[in-house]
Design a protein around this ligand. Sequence first.
Ligand code: GA4
Length: 329
Amino acid sequence: MPCPTSIRTKKTKAVGIPTIDLSQSRAITSKSIVEACQEFGFFKLINHGVPHHAIAQLESQGFDFFQKPSSEKHRAGPPNPFGYGCKSIGSNGDMGDLEYLLLPSHNPATSILQSSISNDPLTFSHVVNEYVKSVRDLGCEILDLIGEGLWLPNKSVFSNLIRDIHSDSVLRINYYPGVQHIENRELSTKSHPSNDRIGFGEHSDPQILTILRANDVDGLQISLQDSIWVPVCPDPSAFYVLIGDVFQAMTNGRFVSVRHRAMANNSKNPRMSIMYFGAPSLNTWIAPLSEMMLPNDKSLYKPFTWAQYKKAAYSLRLADSRLDLFKAS
Ligand code: GA4
């Protein structure tokens, strides 16, 4: 499916996927980010300031890893909580047409994991650290802008959660092999490759926000409130920001966690996406902020800790609506 130049909102007006230019004034940017989080839970970020070399080096480390023989890659797995995964997602039977690495974002990669991923563990660790630092700073900047756009007395209330040394943020590298590999595999089972295979199934991210960057191969789709799937044009020079479930709860439903999926790769080039999932520490209590409620508003969600939410997420299937478990009665 080609990428649309415009999409329709629930008010049926045609608009593009919101694009936020971080080189514009803070007042304009903060207002547009808040609008995008409310309407879509998703936006594209340009002029983000993350150094090109930080992205290119991690991408190159990723390609080096995924090109290794399967037996070597499996030495870094299974991915619970961190390591290499192939096709199997979570532990409840979800499958996708991808391989991936899950890495911790604070103190990235313990020495055993580092050395099972790369022949040069020190360089690998340095590259991951540099990327995570740049993208975490970008995440904090976005969260501060949101704090300003919402006129919160403490504009750092969200960014403090991911800046916390005990933040449970995660880095993920997803690799969707090129169609060459798929054809070989499918020929052996006498079936034909089609355009509607799923690479990573429909879901919302459980955390606060996700910062995604992918190479020039398409696959990402977002779901609008009326369940229409919209392909997102790949732009390797940009980042994409996705609102997660925790942010929806903290804003008492004012922001929406965006449902998204990745189609299996139909290009002959591999697709690689890198996601930073910004999360609070495990013992942080999540509840709607009082500033998000008008005098007669009711809290839509019961308070929960991030550890409780994570446990619930891992007990369910990928496509399940986890926030429903924490709805206030
Ligand atoms: C989705 C967002 C992140 O990729 C992730 C995923 C995690 C996993 O792949 O292990 C989960 C998925 C994600 C949501 C529900 C549970 C947990 C797989 C799954 C079925 C690392 C995360 O934090 O939640």
